[in-house]
Ligand binder design. Structure first.
Ligand code: AMP
Ligand code: ZN
Length: 114
């Protein structure tokens, strides 16, 4: 995807502090953090949203969740707790059209927002 900002970050076409990566997944800090720890975890391949996942992506999704677990440990929020969030589509609040999961922690979370 030519104009996708998260493709560019994941493939290091624009500079960003990559906090985790493997062959399939990349993670980096959110530009406008909503919590002391706010990390975005993305597939390296372009997938527009959760709606576009297929059964073939099952392993990729597991890798994303395991990356979140590792990042939570590495960033000191595993014990206190954290939230892993996906916003899908307009009413879900998705603003970037490349599948991403927010790892949020370091403060108490409210429900359903904030
Ligand atoms: P969402 O609203 O779920 O689509 O989340 C998009 C997130 O991407 C927001 O929290 C933005 O702050 C974040 N964001 C947008 N552009 C960048 C960027 N270049 N680097 C890091 N985070 C970004
Ligand atoms: Zn993309």
């Amino acid at each position: 995807m030519e104009d996708c900002i998260f493709c560019k970050i994941a493939h290091k076409e624009i500079s960003s502090e990559i906090l985790y990566e493997d062959e399939f997944v990349a993670a980096f800090k959110d530009l406008e953090p909503q919590a002391p720890v706010h990390i975005l975890i993305v597939p390296k391949k372009h997938i527009a949203s959760l709606n576009d996942l297929t059964a073939d992506d099952a392993e990729l999704l597991a890798r994303i969740v395991l990356a979140a677990q590792k990042l939570a440990k590495d960033n000191g929020i595993a014990e206190r707790g954290y939230r892993l969030v996906n916003n899908c589509g307009i009413e879900g609040g998705q603003t970037v059209g490349h599948l991403h999961f927010h790892l949020l922690g370091g403060r108490e979370m409210l429900w359903p927002a904030g």
